[in-house]
Design a protein around this ligand. Sequence first.
Ligand SMILES: Nc1nc2c(c(=O)[nH]1)N(C=O)[C@@H](CNc1ccc(C(=O)N[C@@H](CCC(=O)O)C(=O)O)cc1)CN2
Ligand SMILES: Nc1nc2c(ncn2[C@@H]2O[C@H](COP(=O)(O)OP(=O)(O)OP(=O)(O)O)[C@@H](O)[C@H]2O)c(=O)[nH]1
Ligand SMILES: [Mg+2]
Length: 440
Amino acid sequence: MLTAMTRLGLSDTIAAVATAPGSAGVGIVRVSGPDAHVVAGQVFQGRHTPAQTEGGRFLYGQFRSQTGERLDDGLCLVFRAPHSYTGEDVAEFQSHGSPAVLRSLLAATLAAGARPARPGEFTLRAYLAGRMDLTQAESVLNLVNAQGETARRQATLGLSGALSQQIAAIQHDVTRTLSAVQAMLDYPEEGVPHEEREEPLRRAEAQLSALIDTGRAGQVAAQGARLALIGAPNAGKSSLLNALLGYERSIVTPVPGTTRDYLEASMELAGVPITLVDTAGLRDTLDTIEAAGVQHARVLAGAADLVLRLEDGTRPREALEGVPETALLVQTKADLGSVWHDPAAICVSALTGEGLPELREHLRRRLLGDAGRQEVWLGSERQIEAARRALAHLRAAHTLPDDLAGYELEEALYALAEITGRDVQEDVIDGVFRNFCVGK
Ligand SMILES: Nc1nc2c(c(=O)[nH]1)N(C=O)[C@@H](CNc1ccc(C(=O)N[C@@H](CCC(=O)O)C(=O)O)cc1)CN2
Ligand SMILES: Nc1nc2c(ncn2[C@@H]2O[C@H](COP(=O)(O)OP(=O)(O)OP(=O)(O)O)[C@@H](O)[C@H]2O)c(=O)[nH]1
Ligand SMILES: [Mg+2]
């Protein structure tokens, strides 16, 4: 039978390029495992060898291939177990950041006895060494992939262990409830006060439910959102797109039908990466090119995460076909006054900028909901699913007699433990680290 250690290859020394593909000022090859310093010593030549160097030091020298050819000059950082990212002996080569140099450095390192790291294997080792739990490992992944400020902030918070602490507080309340329930069963004559069971259970339910509500915001922050501007010709779509962007991306003229093809532009709103989509004004037209643009606009409205329905405040309202019910109504050209009023409309002027802060605030709420009230958010589909399961068990416990409630509380504790994942099944761990890139 294979031991977990050989199957996971923990006795192997692994190596990978840790920096992004492409040219950069500096590039890094990371080596981790029991032979990291010996392997590094075969590639790196300086005044001292990595194996003789204390942890936390760096050496300057030359990198050489197996045949002795000089590949580059650079730094070798030395970390000694357990004081490294993985908790193992680690050596890091910091070279000039050229793809060709990094390829040759990695090849030399593999020739010296390391094997290529699998995706996420450095972080997997950190997890197995007890240096982080699963929420922290998932935060590493989210941090590496973070495009916007909100996703970055949440990932940094998760990496610090804030989500684990929140889960621990919920686990504490569930455990207290479970003890009270068990005391009732063991010593029915003593009678545990009702509040002793009720209060922590209610608190755990409320906290877990609030945490689950942050899951969607977390996904929006990570994945970003597409925001389509839809409306009749001349409604002011291109003007509003330019005003939100802060520069003239789209052509604006007084001629209705100016925008014919759609156009996309990137920006950040509430710390979320947003793709703004400007579209052709919706109308029946005999112009073949414009008609194709109008058709596109309807498809884009259907595919967007959020639609702004723009209507000119200076003209009587007209029916618009193909705009989703959920679209946010925006009355445009507020600086010119308005001939119609709708309490649901957000009134803006692209010309003066009035109403734009209100519009941004509405968009923030649509994108992130109430999640801003919670300090930490859930950080993956896996966490959301386990939290939902835990909550369902807590709710069931609430309605059941003590002997059956105990079972539900235990199940809730298992589901919560899965989120932070100290003693979880292998398939859960595989599921987490499968999503990583090589080198992390
Ligand atoms: N060059 C480089 N930069 C990097 C990383 C890396 O591996 N290499 N990281 C990786 O992805 C991140 C930082 N993560 C790290 C976490 C812990 C340790 C570490 O050696 N910890 C020791 C020593 C602490 C100390 O000296 O105070 C420890 O915790 O015992 C290193 C990197 C981001 N920047
Ligand atoms: N005063 C004023 N004029 C505006 C405002 N927004 C747009 N306009 C004017 O309205 C006209 C049409 O604006 P666009 O932004 O091109 O309208 P559009 O919805 O993109 O039009 P199409 O591309 O033809 O569908 C232009 O003359 C703009 O200058 C506004 O907030 N105030
Ligand atoms: Mg336009």
